[in-house]
Each structure stands twice: as structure tokens, then as C-alpha cells.
Design a protein around this ligand. Structure first.
Ligand code: 48H
Length: 257
């Protein structure tokens, strides 16, 4: 039978439509497909929760692909090695407590693990606002990234979720929206975004984990966004804290779902 271009188009439209409809209401909506968002999604989906993950870029993996300054290797400390083992990401020991992994393998395997666990990933989709009921985040407002990039005046769509995770990295974009619209109400020392501090790897890795928590009812922060929100320092191209943060936020949410 000759291949029919219209069947090909119909197959894509039908299948994508199914994904969109199935995720209009979810347990958890994650914003940002960097290491923390992906691993959070992996653990939540593996526990049977319905998870959608929205990523502005065409590529999945956030800042992981580039390693350090585009030297595409990442460093992971011993405390997070169990996560590389769980996912099947290969690594080698560099010095006691310092392990390295190929950044491309890490991003690719993590992405595959999340999708195969059941996370529905929407790439090229930007989150521009939240669904808010008095004093609680209850979902997201989404738009095609190319629409956002072109500055077109197109209204977005809305998805509902029991919890939202801001895993947008340094930008901490979801929290920024909440602060703008409901000023001074975050669960941070200042009530606002305390802001990312300069490099201090040891302290940053510990604080990332501590700062991974609910910052406004219904809204959790994970990964670099957790430090940016609570005023923790940056850590450079060491990724254990990001992975552990994703694991932690999934664990916290599983207690509440
Ligand atoms: C949809 C969005 C939106 C939006 C942003 O930066 P990431 O890799 O995030 P983390 O926190 O998992 O990992 C941080 C790590 O990569 C890093 O930068 C480190 C360790 N830096 C240390 C240092 O010292 O510099 O991924 C976030 C993702 C990106 O892919 C964005 O495109 C995406 O979120 N994103 N997606 N809607 N509004 N905002």
C-alpha cells in the first residue's frame, strides 16, 4: 500500500490531541525539563501519578547537555550516585566522592526514563501564568513557545493540576508570576524571591535540598529554582543536588497525593 501523507498527518494530530486531552487535569504539572524536573516526573509517574511536564525549548534536558562551559561532562557527588544507578546512567569515579558522567548520556537517559515511566512531556510549550484560586495555585496557563517568541497576541490555554512544581532553573519563572500577582506571600524569609547568590558549591548543594519545598500553597520549587527562590548560592556544573532535589520533591508530593 502506498504511504498516504494525509494518514501521516492525521496520526500525528490524533495522537497529540490524545496527549493534550489526557493531561488537561493531572496530579502534578512540572515546569521545566532540566534534571530536577525530569527526575521529579520520573519518580511521580513511576508511583502511578499522572504527570505533565512543560518545556519551553525544543530540546529536553535543560542545562545538562552543556556540562561545564560546553565541556560535556558532568560531576555528580557520591550522595547522588544511587540515582544514576537507578536510571542506568553510566559513570566513573574521578576521586573519592567525585564521579563523572557523559552529559549527553545523562540528559538522554534521564529523558527516556521519565517518558517511559509515564510522564507526558510537552516541548515548545511555555508556561506564562498560573491557575489561581484564592491563596492556592491549581494549575498552569500555557502557550506555544514560538507564539511567545514572536510576541503574537494569542490567548493561552489552561491546565489544572493538584500540585505545580517550578523546576525552571535560574529563572524561577512560575514563582516570579506568583510574586508579581500576589506580592509578599511566599514562604520565604522576605515573602518574595530572595535571589540566587554567587558560587559556593558545597553550601549550594546542601541548601538546594533544604530549599526544595512548598513555597506557596500548591506550588513547590525544585532544582536551581529552589535556591533562587530561597536565596541559596549557585554550585556550577555539579548535578547531584539537582537530581536529589527532584527526588525529594517527588517524595514530598507523594505524601500528599
Ligand atoms: C516552560 C521553562 C520556563 C517556562 C524555563 O535550568 P534547568 O536545567 O533546571 P534545573 O534546576 O533542573 O537544573 C539546573 C542546572 O541545569 C543548572 O543550571 C546548574 C546546576 N547551574 C549551576 C550554576 O552555578 O550555574 O532547566 C530548566 C528548564 C529549561 O529547559 C528552560 O527552558 C525551562 O526550564 N523553562 N519551560 N515554561 N516559563 N522557564
Amino acid at each position: 500500500m502506498p504511504l498516504d501523507e494525509i494518514v501521516i498527518s492525521r496520526a500525528i494530530i490524533d495522537r497529540y490531541h490524545e496527549k493534550l486531552i489526557n493531561t488537561l487535569e493531572t496530579d502534578v504539572a512540572i515546569v521545566g525539563a532540566g534534571p530536577s524536573g525530569l527526575i521529579a516526573g520520573y519518580f511521580l509517574a513511576r508511583a502511578g501519578k499522572k504527570v505533565a511536564l512543560y518545556e519551553r525549548k525544543l530540546s529536553i534536558g535543560g542545562g545538562m547537555w552543556g556540562g561545564g562551559m560546553m565541556f560535556n561532562e558532568i560531576v555528580v557527588q557520591k550522595t547522588a550516585i544511587h540515582l544514576l544507578d537507578a536510571l542506568g546512567i553510566r559513570y566513573s569515579r574521578y576521586q573519592p566522592d567525585y564521579y563523572t558522567a557523559d552529559a549527553v548520556e545523562a540528559a538522554a537517559v534521564l529523558t527516556a526514563a521519565a517518558v517511559q515511566a509515564g510522564v507526558t512531556i510537552f516541548n515548545c510549550v511555555s508556561v506564562e501564568d498560573v491557575l489561581m484560586r484564592p491563596e492556592r495555585v491549581e494549575g498552569l496557563v500555557i502557550i506555544w513557545s514560538p507564539v511567545e517568541m514572536a510576541g503574537l497576541h494569542v490567548d493561552p490555554l489552561t491546565v489544572r493540576s493538584r500540585f505545580v512544581v517550578d523546576a525552571t532553573g535560574h529563572a524561577t519563572e512560575v514563582v516570579r508570576v506568583v510574586v508579581k500577582k500576589v506580592p509578599g506571600r511566599l514562604n520565604t524569609p522576605s515573602g518574595g524571591i530572595d535571589g540566587e547568590k554567587s558560587m559556593w558549591a558545597e553550601r549550594a548543594e546542601t541548601l538546594t535540598l533544604e530549599n526544595t519545598r512548598e513555597v506557596f500553597p500548591g506550588l513547590y520549587v525544585a532544582g536551581m529554582a529552589a535556591n533562587a527562590t530561597f536565596g541559596g548560592p549557585r554550585m556550577g556544573p555539579i548535578f547531584g543536588g539537582m537530581l536529589l532535589s527532584g527526588e525529594k520533591v517527588a517524595g514530598e508530593l507523594l505524601k500528599r497525593l
